[in-house]
Each structure stands twice: as C-alpha cells, then as structure tokens.
Design a protein around this ligand. Structure first.
Ligand code: V4E
Length: 222
C-alpha cells in the first residue's frame, strides 16, 4: 500500500510557464469522482474519503503522524505544514472492512456483513452510504526529472483549478524525505506562498454543501 505525500499549489501563469519550460509533460487524462458518506458524515468526520473513480473503489485514510527528527528545522516544519499524507487503499475487501468499522455504531446489523464481490454495490445502502459529491477532473501531469516527484494540474468541472506536487512512498517510508523533495520541486517552480492551498473537495463542499463543510472545519478535518 502506498502513501501519497502531497502539497497543493495555485498555478499562476508564471508557474505554468516555468513548469512547461523545466518539466516534461506525461500526458493528460480525465476522470469522474463520486464520493460517498453516511448522512451523518461518519466517514469524512474521521478524515476517511471513500470514492469511486473510473469504476474502481478507493479509500483515502490519514496515516500515523511522524515521530521524526527531534528538533526539526524551521523549513522542515513549514514543508510538513504545507503537505498532507494519506494512505490510498484500493483493495475492495479492505475498504469494506475499514468502512464497516467506521460506521458500525450507526448500523448495528452490519457486523456479519461479508466482503462484497466486484460489481456488487448493495453494501453501500446497507451501510447507509450515499454520494455527497461528484465532479470530473481534467489532469495534466508533469515530471521535473527528480526521481519520484510528479506534478499534476487539475481542472475541475465546477470551475476550480489547482496544482499538486506529489511523491508516493511505501507505508512506513520516509515522509520527511518526500517532503524535502516536494520543497525542492516547489522552489524550482518558484512557489513562494506559505499558505495551505484548498483542494477541490474544500471548494466543492463550501460551495454546494456548506453544512457539511462547516462540520468538517469544526472537526479540524479540513
Ligand atoms: C484526502 C482529502 C480528500 C479526498 C480527495 O483528495 P485530494 O487529494 O484533494 O483529491 P485528488 O482528486 O487530487 O486525489 P488524488 O488523485 O491526488 O488521489 S478531500 C479532503 N481531503 C483532506 C485534505 C486536506 N485536509 N487538506 C488538503 C490540502 N487536501 C486534502
């Protein structure tokens, strides 16, 4: 299972120009995401993001926080503050198990529910899961030549675009070194902002489901 360490950024015309000059374009793809949760937001309030993308189920879960260096330098603290790290689970039995554990207080009779087979979606209604967000993204991907660093420029169909610098590491891998690679890539792109940039979901929820958004803000998930 891999852990995705990433930093989002707002891509100005200057950044795009730099990226096109120093980066290599890996191509463009389009995907439609549907995100699911219970009406009480039991998954997202636990920072669990269940989605269906291109017909496949994925669950993004937070990873354990770092013990790391005892006295991190200021730039390491900043790099960490600007980055997120999430585990991406793609095995349907494991997704089903994790979701079942998260919603079990609300659905007492799902204890004995067995793992679904591919294509069987009856587990969604049994766990009271409904789609709360869906959007299509056009993604252009680049590499800067630095090993393992990918830059994605996302254009969502609800009118928001955002960039991501991303490094994939194995679970238990070196998050600090991934953050360092991301910091170097950000420098190459001339990114100067020290603020966390909103992802597509933040903007989507704020705009279309403000009540859900407020709950996640209060719970410090977003
Ligand atoms: C993890 C998460 C959410 C799920 C969507 O994740 P995100 O990386 O924003 O979407 P996308 O389409 O780029 O997925 P990818 O293709 O990279 O796997 S929605 C909110 N979160 C948590 C979160 C957060 N708290 N802060 C920031 C800056 N991003 C995400």
């Amino acid at each position: 299972m891999s852990v995705e360490v990433e930093r989002k950024f707002l891509c100005s015309d200057d950044t795009l120009k730099t990226l096109e000059e120093v980066g290599v374009c890996l191509g463009q793809r389009q995907f439609h995401d549907q995100y699911f949760d219970t009406p009480e937001f039991e998954l997202t309030l636990r920072d669990l993001w269940l989605r269906k993308r291109k017909g496949c189920w994925e669950l993004k879960c937070p990873t354990a926080t770092l013990n790391g260096t005892e006295n991190p330098k200021a730039e390491q603290c900043l790099a960490a503050a600007l980055c997120t790290h999430y585990k991406e689970i793609t095995s349907l039995p494991e997704i089903h198990q994790r979701v079942k554990e998260a919603v079990k207080d609300a659905c007492e009779d799902i204890e004995t529910e067995t793992a679904p087979s591919e294509g069987d979606e009856s587990w969604l209604s049994k766990m009271n899961l409904v789609c709360f967000a869906e959007y299509t993204t056009v993604r252009r991907s680049f590499t800067l030549g630095e090993e393992g660093v990918q830059i994605d420029l996302d254009q969502a169909d609800f009118g928001y675009h955002v960039g991501e610098i991303e490094v994939l590491i194995p679970e238990g891998g070196d998050v600090r070194s991934a953050q360092e690679k991301i910091r170097n890539a950000a420098q190459k792109l001339g990114l100067t902002g020290n603020e966390r940039v909103e992802g597509k979901m933040n903007v989507y929820l704020k705009r279309y489901h403000p009540e859900h958004y407020t709950k996640l803000l209060s719970a410090h998930v977003l």
